[in-house]
Design a protein around this ligand. Structure first.
Ligand code: BGC
Length: 767
């Protein structure tokens, strides 16, 4: 792989630190220093504005705009939607006498931007040598409440040396934000009001008619002169701070955001609710910060991964875990996880199959309610998936490749119409969640219906071959997006087979355990015995291109005959290929974008022998260019399992620091949220060898050569279990009361885990 680190951040175990502002890196830093709380996200931009490329405003999960695509082929989408940046509630214009503060052009020293992962604050500080002589030291602090996600806080500290200065500070909530790519503002202002020490403003997206209320109150620690500041789509105050040499002052602002995702929603109820929240929740900055610290403290106790002997990866993995929790924590079942979280506009804020395949495990082992909510999002959008199946001339429900609201939003038809991994990923996610969390209530209330509808879709989209002996999928595209309109893509066929089988297994159990409910269920879905038999037949006769002799699965029919591409001969300057090769050129060879066969071997890991995994890894890895950031971690997990330890560590090299070191040179566009989730899997499934797809949870840890130890936590069967690995042994412990011993396989041996803990010598490990 041809990736290199662009290292400019200070290495620290709990903080991300940037020293010295750099114009070229400003957008990268804005992404890296993003804050979020699932409900909203805000990039690490300068509150006071900047004369450089910047992306201001906040993103709200589920607030989007729409655009027409003007196409008229059936099944090809005619409109798309994309996340839009909303109110800038951090707006702070600052003048010292007549000079406007702009770090890009003023005389600035001692710049520092610090993200503290222990309390979720972002601090920026610097000294401003003003043209009139005095130096103003400024410190900006912000955080987004994790307990009360509509609320956010900002504090600005000022201190002056070298003379007196009159500072004019305008603070505001401002809807004049511009979408970074479209360079357009998508907001109409519907209402605003000023109060004694605060104001509120409400905006509405122009086409989708969703509402965002944004109110604030502010306080200062000294007597100030202050007045209302009025501008278009803007509600603020102008505050004069007359500071003498050596004096200091602060302004703090508490912001209350309340949204309605409903399209064309009425403005008044949102306004009334927003004002109520403002009145009910008047918490000062310091009290709120204390609560925030406690939140993160509790979170880290269970979720932290400790790495001994590797400070860069230690910082990197904490950054990943921190960003995962900020992006999604199960606060609202109508939210999902965008491929860039709430940190940038690339991928338009859309969620992909990434959610169930890459992100779900993190929540399964830390916050099962969040995992359930992610699946409930799919249940809530089941009708839309049904509509999508009809558009594709199929039955059942087809989940979109990219979406914010359940509708297909991917404007590239070959992805939207030929890739079915989102549907099979939802089925896989249900199985994974139910097996681990044993939530049959969810399974019978929501999961089973989704399974039937997905199976229906698969049965109607697949076909029998021309002699009627085998079933499979024609004209599809697998997760490796470099081959389209292929037949019998092994991933698609295999995952469909498993979906049919699991659906029937669930139906049988439901029929046995809850016959009355089952009868109502079948009636509602018009599910017949014949249809169920058809699912079973499709599964039994699924064409899986496997060669017993070589033990290799052919990625799709005809893959072996494709012109070979020596990927090591592609010049480094050609990457990323999507930008440098014509789109169709990448489809013409054996080159693979990301794991395809290896992906289903990973998902159903325990069903395949080591020989099969080795043969397929050895065959496919050399053909893979890892153009997707989802790719290296899966390869690292396999390399670890296969005893290729230095290769595993090499692939892992990009995982935790993908964005901190801007490996793909596109962090400007936002963080690689899915790759962040994959970094967690890389350690837990890779080095610790966790497997969660079988009847038992199993661990098979190795210690990377460079590390002296590592430790992580999982929540399993209601017990928080810490697992620590050193060169000597693996130690499992828990502070929870464990009423029933928990079965766990460690190095293939079955153990019972209790509160007494377990210690197993690492010498038991066999490669
Ligand atoms: C990958 C997809 C993924 C998407 C969003 C693409 O580059 O090929 O598998 O779903 O990015 O992360």
């Amino acid at each position: 792989m041809t990736k290199s680190a662009d290292t400019y951040l200070v290495c620290d175990p709990w903080q991300i630190i940037e020293e010295n502002w750099n114009r070229e890196r400003n957008l990268v830093s804005e992404s890296v220093f993003s804050l979020g709380n699932e409900h909203m996200g805000v990039r690490g931009y300068a509150e006071e504005g900047i004369n450089a490329e910047t992306l201001q405003g906040s993103y709200f999960n589920g607030i989007y705009e729409e655009a027409d695509l003007n196409r008229s082929y059936k099944g090809i989408i005619t409109k798309t939607h994309f996340m839009v940046n909303s109110v800038d509630w951090l707006y702070a214009e600052i003048h010292a006498d007549d000079e406007l503060l702009d770090i890009a052009s003023c005389d600035i020293e001692n710049f520092r931007r610090v993200l503290d992962m222990k309390d979720g604050t972002l601090k920026r500080s610097f000294d401003w040598r003003t043209k009139s002589g005095p130096v103003v030291h400024l410190e900006f602090i912000r955080f987004l409440s994790m307990d009360s996600p509509g609320t956010a806080y900002q504090k600005i500290n000022f201190s002056v040396s070298g003379g007196d200065v009159s500072l004019t500070v305008v603070i505001a909530n401002n809807f004049n934000t511009s979408h970074g790519w479209n360079k357009k503002n998508y907001w109409d202002m519907t209402r605003r009001e000023w109060f004694t020490s605060g104001a509120a403003i409400q905006g509405k997206t122009i086409r989708t008619g969703q509402q965002v209320f944004s109110g604030f109150t502010f306080r200062t620690n000294i007597n100030v002169q202050c007045g209302k500041k009025v501008a278009e789509k803007f509600a603020g105050f102008e505050i004069i701070l007359a500071l003498k040499n050596g004096e200091s002052a602060w302004i703090e602002k508490c912001v209350y955001n309340h949204i309605s995702k409903e399209r064309d929603s009425a403005g008044d109820p949102v306004w009334i609710k927003g004002c109520e929240i403002m009145k009910d929740d008047p918490v000062d900055f310091d009290t709120a910060l204390e609560k925030q610290r406690k939140y993160w403290d509790t979170f880290w106790k269970n979720a932290d991964i400790k790495i001994e002997g590797d400070p860069l990866n230690q910082q990197g993995i904490r950054f990943c875990i921190f960003q995962m929790q900020q992006t999604y924590n199960g606060y609202d079942p109508t939210n999902n996880i965008g491929a860039k979280g709430l940190t940038g506009e690339a991928y338009n804020g859309h969620a992909f199959w990434d959610t169930e395949t890459y992100c779900l495990p993190f929540y399964l082992f830390s916050n099962p309610q969040a995992a359930r909510n992610l699946l409930s999002f799919r249940y809530a959008t089941l009708d839309t998936a049904r509509d999508r199946a009809r558009q594709l001339d199929c039955e059942g429900a087809c989940y979109p490749i990219a979406t914010l609201n359940g509708e297909e939003a991917c404007s590239l038809w070959q992805h939207a119409s030929l890739q079915f991994q989102p549907s099979t990923a939802v089925a896989y996610g249900i199985r994974h969640y139910v097996n681990l969390c044993q939530d049959t209530e969810f399974l019978y209330e929501q999961g089973a219906e989704m399974l039937v509808e997905i199976s229906r879709f698969l049965a109607s989209r697949g076909s029998w071959n021309n002699d009627g002996t085998g079933f499979g999928f024609y004209a599809v595209m697998g997760p490796d997006e470099f081959h389209m309109m292929v037949n019998h893509n092994c991933y698609t066929n295999f995952m469909a087979k498993k979906t049919f089988e699991y659906t029937e297994q669930v139906l049988q159990t439901m029929e046995k355990e809850q016959p009355k409910k089952f009868a109502v269920f079948c009636k509602k879905l018009k599910l017949s015995q014949n249809e169920r038999m058809n699912f079973v037949l499709c599964a039994d006769k699924m064409i899986i291109l496997f060669d017993e002799k070589t033990k290799i699965f052919e990625q799709h029919e005809g893959y072996y005959t494709l012109p070979r591409m020596e990927i090591s001969k592609i010049p480094v300057t050609d990457f990323p290929l999507y930008h440098n090769w014509s789109y169709d050129r990448i489809y013409r060879t054996s080159m693979i974008k990301q794991p395809d066969v290896l992906m289903f071997l990973f998902l159903y890991n325990q069903e395949f022998s080591r020989d099969i995994k080795k043969a397929n890894y050895d065959y496919y890895e050399p053909n893979t260019i890892h153009e997707s950031s989802l790719s290296p971690s899966i390869h690292s997990i396999f390399a670890s399992e296969l005893g290729k330890h230095s290769e595993a560590f090499r692939f892992f090299g990009f995982a935790t620091r993908m964005d901190l070191d801007n490996y793909n040179r596109n962090t400007v566009e936002g963080l690689h949220t899915t790759s962040i989730a994959a970094a967690w899997m890389n350690i837990v499934y890779g080095f610790a060898g966790l497997r969660s797809d079988g009847n038992y949870l199993s661990l098979n840890p190795v210690l990377p050569e460079k590390w002296t130890g590592y430790e992580f936590g999982i929540l399993y069967r209601n017990a928080h279990i810490r697992i620590s690995v050193t060169a000597k042994d693996i130690v499992l412990s828990s502070n929870d009361e464990i009423s029933e011993p928990i079965p766990l396989k460690i190095f293939s041996e079955l153990h019972s885990f209790t509160s007494a803990g377990l210690t197993i010598s690492l010498s038991k490990k066999q490669d």
